[in-house]
Design a protein around this ligand. Structure first.
Ligand code: GLU
Length: 441
């Protein structure tokens, strides 16, 4: 059996870290099994789906290297959903309803007042043909799936054995009054017809899964394996949904987060396995095990991405950054040395630009009042650039001899004077890259 998974975003917004978790899990399951990964655009809602968001989804997945074997769009499959709806109607599993949202709300309130669960009472199921015709004359009907009121059970790949009493769930609406097929049905038809074998999605879908299992069976098929991952929360356990807007994949990309850092964190966060920086998606797939993930909400702190990004960048060979460095304007002859000197001093690639500006333009010296005289004296001993490998050593030796300073008291003010900052690469290596003497203004 070929393993087939799918990632099914609605193109109604940008992908965020929560979506990524779903995409990655499905991708890794397919990759590990040598199976297929489908990108399915759930775009049946024409008022909210846009081409621009569909493009953005593809672009974000590309950035991460999550390649899909096949793309499907629900908007191109409406006839398939209509055919499935007909079959459910024939089987007596789809019934027409007319209650307005206001009427339903009233029913729910009454049930709650009487201490009953707010489950739809199936009043429409008992309407006579004449009554239905009369209601239809007022407004078009919509269609609900008639659930079998029994316990629905499945072995969840993450949550373990689950069981939901269908009697505690309202019959789901599958087709709206304007004829639009809703996700619950469309997704099931796709999963069946596309041969999807494993569905991983967020635990907010658990109840959907229960009803979808019945719909799949009503359509004569066997349910795929389901697994529901926990939802992400902020670092303090707060709900993330409100902040997801700022945790879009494109924001993280703009902040300089490396794809492999993000993927490595997401493939392990919330599992019993430690987060380790992986070198490739294959490596992540190799060690991926949905069974290691817990049910509890998973804390996500975007700050955790920076040490991983840093570690990822430090391990990159020059060839991987050559283009980026050339784009900064670093002369070809200096480029490799520039990378070797800077790699341990950056967190994101954009930091290279700061360092290159310093090398090209020279620094504005940082001098404390107590060191002012010392630095002025030291700068008198500084030969004009270009500097070379031994320049730092000979300069500091000359300053030491002239002033008697040594150790930190000698080196730190000189570093700050030459670079305008107290940290950075080894000065002996950095100095040959500095093209200008510092400014004292
Ligand atoms: N479009 C649905 C969502 O984004 C897909 C859910 C599913 O994986 O079935 O929630």
């Amino acid at each position: 059996m070929t393993v087939v998974t799918r990632f099914a975003p609605s193109p109604t917004g940008f992908l965020h870290v929560g979506n990524l978790r779903t995409a990655l899990f499905n991708f890794l399951i397919a990759r590990k099994a040598g199976g297929q990964f489908i990108l399915r655009l759930d775009d049946t809602d024409p008022t909210r789906s846009t081409e621009a968001f569909a493009d953005a989804i593809r672009e974000d997945l590309d950035w991460l290297g999550l390649r899909w074997d096949r793309e499907e769009r629900q908007s191109a499959r409406l006839d398939r959903y209509a055919a499935a709806a007909d079959r459910l109607r024939e089987a007596g599993r789809l019934y027409e309803c007319f209650e307005s949202p206001g009427e339903l709300d009233l029913k729910r309130k009454k049930q709650l007042n009487m201490g009953q669960p707010p489950v739809y009472d199936r009043a429409a199921l008992h309407l006579s043909e004449a009554a239905k015709a009369a209601r239809r004359a007022e407004s078009a009907g919509y269609w609900r799936f008639l659930l079998d009121r029994e316990r629905i059970e499945w072995a969840d790949g993450i949550l373990g054995d689950l069981s939901i009493d269908a009697a505690s769930v309202s019959d789901p609406v599958l087709i709206r009054a304007d004829g639009q097929v809703l996700y619950t049905l469309a997704s099931v038809v796709d999963d069946i017809e596309m041969g999807v074998t494993h569905v991983v999605r967020g635990s907010d879908h658990v109840t959907n899964t229960a009803t979808q299992i019945q719909i799949i069976r009503a359509l004569g098929s066997q349910p795929p394996a389901f697994a529901h991952h926990s939802l992400l929360t902020g670092a303090g356990g707060e709900e993330l949904s409100k902040r997801l807007g700022t945790l879009s994949l494109r924001d993280l990309r703009a902040q300089g987060v490396a794809p492999m850092a993000l993927l490595s964190l997401m493939a392990r966060l919330g599992s019993s396995q430690p987060v380790v920086l992986a070198g490739s998606l294959d490596e992540l797939a190799e060690g991926f095990d949905p069974g290691q993930f817990g049910a509890a909400p998973t804390k996500f702190d975007p700050a955790d991405l920076m040490p991983l990004t840093r570690a990822h960048l430090q391990a990159l060979p020059f060839a991987a950054v050559q283009e980026r460095i050339a784009a900064l304007g670093v002369p070809e002859a200096e480029a490799e040395r520039f990378w070797e000197v800077m790699r341990e001093n950056i967190t994101v690639l954009d930091d290279l630009e700061t360092w290159w500006m310093l090398c090209r333009d020279g620094a504005r010296a940082e001098v404390t009042p107590e060191d002012a005289e010392f630095v002025a004296e030291a700068l008198r001993h500084l030969p004009p650039p270009p500097w070379e490998a031994g320049s730092w050593e000979s300069w500091t030796a000359a300053v030491k001899a002239a002033t008697g300073r040594k150790g930190r008291g000698l080196f730190l003010p000189l570093r700050k004077a030459l670079t305008g900052r107290g940290d950075g690469p080894d000065m002996g290596q950095l100095m040959p890259l500095l093209q200008k003497a510092p400014r004292l203004d």
